[in-house]
Design a protein around this ligand. Structure first.
Ligand SMILES: [Fe+2]
Length: 303
């Protein structure tokens, strides 16, 4: 059997465009019970589409881990909100059990990109909705490649020269999480600066894409701090315009997957006095990335 004939037999999944060139819905695929060839087709869609949505899924934690593991190496997040039995899964929730929060709440309410403090870049995020408020709690994802493509060529060339210093300790100090998350001074010290360009190549389609975030941005190379922050803010405002944004309105059973190298995202507000939200998240590093379970790498990962 030739490779092409094997490929020809691969099932074609039915997809609906939610935002051209950026977000697609896969219809009629039950991830928990899919055949290997259906899952290979699913992998292909995820590799070639920045944002992928599936509805009406029913996944156990091991099933979510298995699906996530197809898309990259699951990064274990043992610091905050991790699932008690599956530390690769982070629980995003406002719920309390026995007076104790079961997960992470109120994170990611500003536009941001995750995984900016990895030395070797690359991150895929998967969310699985279990309890979803009927209003609010939308996830917004902006197309950072389309935003770059829209700029005049001269401006593009200029911005391709810009580099940002990211630092995880800076981010945590900024949001007062250093003590809350229980990092030791040695761990903080180990969080070294990393420098990344603001324009990177999208692993999805090779296009140039903005790679921006506020939280971990410590400075822009060669600029005064205020001027650097103003530039980053200006670019984030450009990327996150409505015309570049896909807004996901959650239903229980939804799966939402995106690539952090060509997008920015935001978790919108919901009334947590009225509604409960439980969403599972996994973060996947490229298969070729460094070992992900080391303390140093895990410490670097979060927002
Ligand atoms: Fe995030």
């Amino acid at each position: 059997m030739t490779q092409s004939s094997a490929k020809a037999r691969q099932p074609t999944l039915s997809t609906v465009s939610l935002m051209p060139g950026f977000a697609s819905l896969i219809e009629d695929l039950d991830l928990a019970n899919a055949s290997e060839s259906e899952l290979e087709a699913f992998d292909d869609v995820c590799r070639t589409t920045p944002v992928v949505v599936l509805r009406h899924q029913k996944l156990t934690p091991p099933q979510m881990m298995a699906i996530s593991g197809r898309l990259g190496k699951v990064s274990v997040q043992n610091r905050v909100g991790s699932h008690p039995d599956f530390p690769g899964i982070t629980i995003l929730s406002n719920k309390k059990v026995d007076g104790k929060m079961i997960g992470v709440h109120e994170h990611g309410r500003r536009w941001h990109t995750d995984g900016t403090t990895y030395k070797t870049l690359g991150l895929t995020t998967m969310l699985y909705g279990i309890e979803c408020p009927p209003e609010g709690a939308d996830t917004l994802i902006a197309d950072a490649a389309a935003a770059f493509a829209e700029l005049p060529e001269a401006r593009q060339r200029e911005l391709q020269q810009v580099k940002v210093v990211h630092n995880r300790a800076h981010l945590m100090q900024k949001y007062g999480r250093t003590q809350k998350l229980g990092f030791t001074p040695e761990e903080i010290e180990a969080m070294k600066d990393v420098i990344h360009p603001v324009v990177v190549r999208s692993p999805i389609d090779g296009r140039n894409s903005f790679f921006l975030t506020n939280g971990s941005t410590k400075s822009v190379v060669g600029m005064e701090q205020d001027a650097g922050f103003a530039l980053v803010e200006e670019l984030i405002n450009h990327v996150t315009q409505d015309k570049f944004t896909y807004r996901h309105k959650w239903q229980a059973g939804d799966v939402l997957i995106w690539n952090d190298m060509c997008s920015m995202h935001l978790a919108s507000w919901f009334d947590d006095t009225k509604y409960d939200r439980v969403v599972y998240r996994t973060w996947m590093r490229p298969f070729e990335a460094a070992q992900v379970t080391s303390t140093a790498e895990a410490a670097l990962a979060h927002h």
